[in-house]
Design a protein around this ligand. Sequence first.
Ligand code: AMP
Length: 422
Amino acid sequence: MSPSVKGMRDLMGDELRWFRRVEEAVHRIFGAHGYREIRTPILEYTDVFKRSVGDSSDIVSKEMYEFTDKGNRSVTMRPENTAGVVRAMVEHKLLINNDPQLLYYIGPMFRYERMQAGRYRQFWQIGAESFGVASPESEAESLAMLFDFLQALGLKSLSLSLNSVGTPESRPAFNAAFRAFFDAREARFCEDCHRRIETNPMRILDCKNPRCQEALEGHPTMVEFLDEASKAHHARLKELLVVLGIPFTENPRLVRGLDYYTRTAFEVLSTDLGAQSALLGGGRYDGLVKQLGGPDTPAFGWAIGLDRLAMILKQLQGEAPFHPPALLIPLGEVASARALQLARDWWAMGLSFQLETRGGALKKAMASANRSGAKLALILGDGELEKGVVAVKRLDTGAQEEWALADVPEKLVTEGRGMKTV
Ligand code: AMP
């Protein structure tokens, strides 16, 4: 049998439990902010991404899982979810009355990336998008939610790296100045940057090549070329971040990998793991809805990689808490039927245990119980039934005791098996 596809892995055990904890925090915190969940299909027609993420981006030019389906249509497994969310908003006409629409998503994304540690070809993203509000206040609200979420998970050393990439109207002036700067030292830039100067000059600013980064020293910044409204927007957002106590630094080279950003672009940096690294990014994308055939609608959003977030949390906090359920082991036919009844009542009360249903010898059941990681085995034989008790064996110490059947719920709660959360 073949193994799983390269770059795609099975989620289970501790890693999955971290995923679940993060997801629970997302539903709780984003829900409290009035954001509603959306789940869009994994497959979209390819032009949804070509028209939004942009032909010149690495994602579209190199990384898409793009294929022709049996109906001869070009489809792509989503490399990100903003385009799909916008497509859905437009398709369902949810933006026509100008009401704000606050949405979030969690789900797998697909990029045919070069393999490296922590990068996968199927990975998960959590994202939040707000449509219909152009104000810096809506950005501040979204960022406040993001910081509340990350802090609720236990991340402490967070800061924002901030830039304004201007608007399609202000960009030509920047591009002209940047072109002159580039031409004066073009030999120092890599081949990719020579391509970018023709397709999307701003993208040169975040070239990963250290020689290009050196050559950029003293480059014209986009903030210098902002129109008055974008300048005021940028200043107001910074004011609001101060009010919120969200620390930030301005980074004139921050452009993000997608073509659709306007005005605010940001990343969240963390030093929780020592060296500073980017946890996530996002920004404003006022032109995208219209570009995808919808009404002219301002929007702001961001996406965070769940794989990386779960890995960081594990490194900082160890294993995700796990309480394997107790095991209820009936012996014989009469006890099995009675155990099913009891189990059903106890499950209904919110207690957490697993029922042994194989029948057969106690020894085999106990061996499985020991391997399962459970702390308690509750054994119900004919003798126990007659007395109205269960025999309880503590699997970690081997100690034995007896509980009256009527006391089982209370005892399990005391033992921590009367779980509200799993
Ligand atoms: P992007 O959509 O490229 O801005 O990425 C947003 C977040 O998704 C990043 O901060 C990463 O944590 C995560 N991410 C992007 N690509 C991958 C990948 N191939 N594997 C794992 N996480 C990824």
